[in-house]
Design a protein around this ligand. Sequence first.
Ligand code: ATP
Ligand code: MG
Length: 440
Amino acid sequence: MYFSKLFIPILKNNPTEAKIKSHQLMLRIGMIKQASAGIYSWLPLGFKVMKKIEKIVRDEQDKVGVQEILMPTIQSSEIWKESGRYEDYGEEMLRIKDRQEREMLYGPTNEELVTDIFRSSIKSYKSLPQLLYHIQWKFRDELRPRFGIMRCREFYMKDAYSFDLNDDEAVFSYNKFYLAYLKTFERLGLTAIPMAADTGPIGGNLSHEFIILADTGESKIYTDKRIFEVKNKDITLEKESLKKLREKYEKYYSVTDEKFNEEEFNKNVPEEYRLKTKGIEVGHIFYFGDKYSRPMNASVDYKGKKEFVKMGSYGIGVSRLVGAIIEAKYDDKNEIMKWPLPVSPYECAILPLISKNDNSNLNKANNILKVLKDNNIDTIIDDTEENFSAKMKKFNLIGIPFQIIIGKKSDQNLLEFKELGEESKNINLDKIVEIIKSKK
Ligand code: ATP
Ligand code: MG
């Protein structure tokens, strides 16, 4: 891919309207464009990153046995009246009327719709558990949309729902998501900590927010630093193994604002491990029993008895994650972004020095591109006539983790190769391929 042919509208300076680095960078390197307040178009670079994140999110849902569906963005108000949330949700819900004057809405979440899907078909406890997810746009008319796609009105979310016969089985389902979330964030290069959270308008009694540390985050957290060392290796999808996983984390005090209690914190956490800081909520899981199944009459037959199913819901902010990764990875001091390889818009950038009448470096770049392509390395060539320092500065911001720099003396046996943030070295192309592949 040639840089000059791509739609990557780079700005010379940081946009002044953006207050935090992820918002600045996303506008600066042309990942998004605001369409109206809190509503964004995703341009090629931003969309590519989001799609890569989505793929990892999807993969980890599939691995724990969740089935993918797709529900619409527009919902009827009827089911929300059944659950009682049509009134409760307030002004965050975007309400619309169709030409027959029917009350519709743009879905802020999908508990009602998925419960309606469930109750129309599942009648026996033998079909449980049912775990369903979709990845779809949501709309919440936030009071103060801000920080670009971090708190916007239209955003892309993975939301999953579980249906079980009883509390014990429901907690088992909950714990599968707990594991899937830890694995998802790990693959995205993030350390996201599960924190006991309030259940808020969704209601219920068990809930965790997955939070990554960041000064610019909007969640206040209170935690025992030792929780960062907990490992989730060797966990299987067995009930007992998942229970142990939760216990490993829950040994350490770790809560969000609403659950915070100073006395408990001081009692449970030795002073040297106490951490009061800020973070970004990237995922949130809830267990809420029959809060929706009872009013919506979603039940199964259990040996001749009618049982309302026990439900949970599980969200990941797929679009918010793009910004969250920037907040976590951007090096402010050196103005370098380095995407984790699995979600980087490209894996490698070739930066040839090109002058008007000499195509030789571009030809070398094309030959290298072919080899990288054959090795499935997603690569971009900067074919502009900018000087080296301009190219480097641009690509430090774009954040592609590997760069190959081609000057006069370069050939396939001696290329300047650089991993962002590290010293460059002169090596041959085979070695470069080997290094990039080993990091994939
Ligand atoms: P927040 O506390 O940040 O407002 P929430 O608790 O209202 O979020 P949930 O209903 O738990 O959000 O939604 C699941 C996930 O969707 C959140 O963890 C977050 O990553 C993402 N999300 C929620 N609201 C927004 C928004 N306005 N813009 C972007 N992503 C969002
Ligand atoms: Mg939440």
